[in-house]
Structure formats: structure tokens, C-alpha cells
Design a protein around this ligand. Structure first.
Ligand code: NAD
Ligand code: IPM
Ligand code: MN
Length: 346
């Protein structure tokens, strides 16, 4: 029997309940499909930071490297640890160290979920660059606290980084409806974004079967609300992709539905699966967070591990549950009730 070794990082806030819920569903799917999932829990979080002074141990990345995949809940508890410390101490280094350069975020309506656009059908696959760009962490502040203060945050776009994410997106588009939307702000940002548009044009010659259109980020934000059905694969830089995928979550009915996979396409390090949402401090103690985003992310993990039938079964269970009206309206059903329904549907 194949057993996949999974690192579990529940993290902060609702992350803990979301990973527990998803893990029970994934375990049941594994049992039914004849493979094993061996989970190892890592308590790395803001609470861990308060105890130890670090978000993860110094050898944390090396520890994670031996796993087949990582399932993460959410990182961040801004009331106690600044986000700039917690995210740069755990989530972002994992994405970068394991070269998880392709962040895949699907946006579509699940059966029975109406969403704010009143059931306009759409099926968008956002591909977000996940290792560089606006998240490069290069910059600084001078004359801090004075009237002359200056802060600089440098976006770094490399040919290697831009080319590989665009190539990945072209391949995804080729495997779907052969339509790619590339998102920039090249009317205002004349170096990085014009460079991105140039590489898009260069690569499009290699993919004559894919229809590629360049959009500005502002226009794309409007299009995702006004005409989401015109979109298929959407590729964007790190920050633009971050923003568009919370918008994508909103049109699919809420943050509780939006899944994500941080993929290392070369498979020379583990990939990481997590919902698009964060630790949701506003509802963290209420037991009403929707686990579907994390369960769906778990299905993406099973798919990545080659367990296609189990992944499909989990997706089928999700849609059976939402079709029955459970978990479709934010806050209506308890996390435990949605999880129980998912387990029953499996
Ligand atoms: P958030 O995504 O945690 O919450 C935004 C809104 O969505 C809140 O109203 C919340 O209640 C709701 N929501 C989120 N998940 C939900 C779910 N499963 N079911 C129902 N409603 C849900 O964003 P935020 O409030 O900006 O961030 C809170 C913390 O999480 C911050 O520290 C932030 O940096 C961090 N964060 C982490 C990640 C991550 O770990 N990948 C992602 C986003 C934000
Ligand atoms: C996400 C989150 C993170 C990001 C934050 C918490 C650093 O918003 O995964 O979408 O911006 O990548
Ligand atoms: Mn985000």
C-alpha cells in the first residue's frame, strides 16, 4: 500500500479547525481508495512564536523537505504578532524555499451556491506567480519616524521567474479552453509590467493554439465581476494574483470556498496546499468557518499525489453537500455540521 507523508501546519485562528476537518475527510477518502496518508503535525504559528521567538525552528524548511506534500491552514494573528513577522517567518519562506512558483486558484460556483452574481456560470483558473515580483522582500525605510521618511519596496521580476509562470499558464490554457488572460499594469508600470507583456508576446509564438489577451489589473477586476464567463485561465504577478483571487473567492460565494495549491512543477521539493483565506480572527472562536476551501485544497493535494480517483471522490462529496444546501451560506452551518455532511457524502 502506498502511504503519502504529509506535513500538517494548522497555524492560527480558524486554520486549526480547517485542517482538522479536511484531514478527517482526506483520511476517509484514502481508506476508501486503498492508500495511506501519514500526517505529522507541526505547531508552527503565532503561539509558537510567542513561546520560542520564531515562527518555525531554524531547520524547519529542511524538516519539511522530506514530506510528499504540506497541508496548511492559515498563518497570522495580527493582534499579537505583526503580519510582517509571522508571514515572512513561515508561509512566504516555504513558498520561496520550495520554489512553489505556481499558485493555482480555481474559481467556479459549486452546485447549490448562488454567489453574489446570481448564478452566472463561470470557471476561472487563476495562476498566480508565487515567488518573486512585489513579494521579493527587497527594500527599506530611512529617516524612520521623521518628516523626511522614505520607504522603498522593490518588485523584482526575473526572466526566469516570468517565463516559467507564463509557460505554466500557457500549458494550463492548452489543457483547458485554450484562452489565456495575462494581467499587468503596463500602462503605469513601465519596466516590470512591460517586460511581462513582452515575455507573454514572445511565448505566444510557441502556443499558436492558445488565444492570449493582455488586460490591465483594474480592467480585469471589473471583468471578473461583470463578465466572468469570458475568462478561462488568468495569469498574474504575485500581488495582483493575490488580490484577484480574493475577488475570485467573492464571486464564488465567499472565502470559505476558495482553494489553492502552491505547486513546485519540477517536483524537486514538496508542494503546499492551503485555502485562499486567512485565520479569520473575526469568527475564529465561533465554530462557523466553512471547511470547504481547505477540503477542496486537500483534493488538489490528492490529485497532485497521483490519487486522482480519491481527489475526484472528494470533489463529488463537496458538490453533493453544497447541492443539498449545506455550507452554501456563510455562517449558516457550523464547521462540524459541514464536515459531518462531507464525511457522510463520501
Ligand atoms: P481572512 O481571509 O482571514 O478573512 C477575511 C474575511 O473572510 C473575514 O470576514 C473572515 O471571517 C472571512 N472568512 C475567511 N475564511 C472563512 C471561512 N473559511 N469561512 C467563512 N468565512 C471566512 O483575511 P484577513 O482578516 O485579512 O486576515 C486575517 C489574518 O490571516 C492576517 O494575519 C492575515 O495576514 C492572515 N492571512 C493568512 C493567509 C494564509 O495563511 N495563507 C491568507 C490570508 C490572510
Ligand atoms: C494569500 C495570503 C498571503 C499572500 C499573505 C497572508 C501573505 O493573502 O495566500 O493569499 O499574500 O500571499
Ligand atoms: Mn491573499
Amino acid at each position: 500500500m502506498t502511504t503519502h507523508k504529509i506535513a500538517l501546519i494548522p497555524g492560527d485562528g480558524i486554520g486549526r479547525d480547517m485542517v482538522a476537518a479536511a484531514w478527517s475527510v482526506l483520511q476517509k477518502a484514502a481508506g476508501a481508495h486503498g492508500f495511506g496518508l501519514e500526517g505529522t503535525d507541526f505547531p508552527w504559528s503565532c503561539a509558537f512564536y510567542k513561546e520560542t521567538g520564531a515562527m518555525m525552528p531554524a531547520d524547519g524548511i529542511e524538516t519539511l523537505r522530506s514530506f510528499d506534500a504540506i497541508l496548511l491552514g492559515a498563518v497570522g494573528w495580527p493582534a499579537e504578532v505583526p503580519d510582517s513577522v509571522s508571514l515572512h517567518g513561515l508561509l512566504l519562506p516555504i513558498r520561496k524555499s520550495f520554489v512553489q512558483y505556481a499558485n493555482i486558484r480555481p474559481h467556479r460556483l459549486l452546485a447549490g451556491v448562488e454567489g453574489p452574481l446570481k448564478a452566472t456560470a463561470f470557471d476561472i483558473l487563476c495562476i498566480r506567480e508565487n515567488t518573486e515580483g512585489e513579494y521579493s522582500g527587497a527594500g527599506g525605510r530611512i529617516h524612520q519616524g521623521t518628516d523626511d521618511e522614505v520607504a522603498v519596496e522593490t518588485s523584482i521580476f526575473t526572466r526566469k521567474g516570468v517565463e516559467r509562470i507564463l509557460r505554466f499558464a500557457f500549458e494550463q490554457a492548452r489543457a483547458r479552453r485554450k484562452k489565456l488572460a495575462s494581467v499587468t499594469k503596463s500602462n503605469a508600470q513601465k519596466y516590470s509590467m512591460v517586460f511581462w507583456d513582452d515575455v507573454t508576446k514572445q511565448l505566444s509564438a510557441e502556443y499558436p493554439d492558445v488565444e492570449v489577451t493582455s488586460y490591465h489589473i483594474d480592467a480585469m477586476a471589473a471583468r471578473m465581476v461583470m463578465a466572468p464567463e469570458t475568462l478561462d485561465v488568468v495569469v498574474a504577478s504575485n500581488l495582483f494574483g493575490d488580490i484577484l483571487t480574493d475577488l475570485g473567492a467573492a464571486i464564488q460565494g465567499g472565502l470559505g470556498f476558495a482553494a489553492s495549491a502552491n505547486i513546485n512543477p519540477e517536483r524537486n521539493a514538496p508542494s503546499m496546499f492551503e485555502p485562499v483565506h486567512g485565520s479569520a480572527p473575526d469568527i475564529a472562536h465561533l465554530g462557523i468557518a466553512n471547511p470547504i476551501a481547505t477540503v477542496w485544497s486537500g483534493a488538489m493535494m490528492l490529485d497532485h499525489l497521483g490519487e486522482k480517483a480519491a481527489a475526484a471522490a472528494v470533489m463529488k462529496a463537496i458538490e453533493a453537500v453544497t447541492a443539498s444546501g449545506i455550507g452554501t451560506v456563510p455562517g449558516k452551518d457550523k464547521t462540524d455540521a459541514i464536515t459531518a455532511a462531507l464525511l457522510a457524502a463520501l
